[in-house]
Design a protein around this ligand. Sequence first.
Ligand code: B4P
Length: 189
Amino acid sequence: MKNIVIFGAPGSGKGTQSDLLVQKYGFRHISTGDVLRAEIKAGTELGRTASSYIDKGQLLPDALIIDILAATYDALGPCEGVIFDGFPRTIPQAEALKQMLADRNTGVGAMLELDVPEEMLMERLVNRGKTSGRADDNAETIRKRLDVYRSQTAPLVEWYESEGLHHTVKGYGSLEEINAALCAVIDAL
Ligand code: B4P
């Protein structure tokens, strides 16, 4: 079973590439962003809590998102592999994921970083905001999300480097090119 972390700044294409990897390998896909947006749509208590952070471009508290991740993972049942998209986003989340998988006799096989220049991220997200209806896809909140990424999430590159699991892939160009580069890493695992 392959557990893959797909990593990158907001708008780097994690969700887009995860969908392509699911089609190719039949992996299951856990997007913490999608899980939270479904809760918001359903009007649950968790959804109300989530939107109070997401709408400001902030991360949810680690303890809360770690519990959500574990429950989502355990609900998947047996499968070929899992893509973790948007999780972990902080070092405590990475440590929790390592422990959670070790408790289930497995581990992360690779962390794949999509590398995209910041001006492209802004352009992609502003464009997505024209159709997504997402409250966090506006210029002011995107700037905040990129600040949060730099301060809280980017340090994970070094963390995964020290675990010997980090791989960088160029995250711009055609979707097919990017996907082929990701698949080359996965096929070599
Ligand atoms: P996410 O849903 O994870 O959002 P994202 O980082 O914005 O998106 P992604 O990188 O998947 O981009 P996409 O493929 O859509 O998180 C949203 C919020 O939820 C967070 O800000 C946070 O508040 C909360 N949250 C989630 N997980 C959390 C956690 N673990 N801890 C705490 N809080 C958490 O691509 C973006 C756009 O680019 C699309 O329009 C796409 O079409 C386009 N695109 C993709 N690839 C392209 C390419 N090669 N060329 C041109 N355009 C491309």
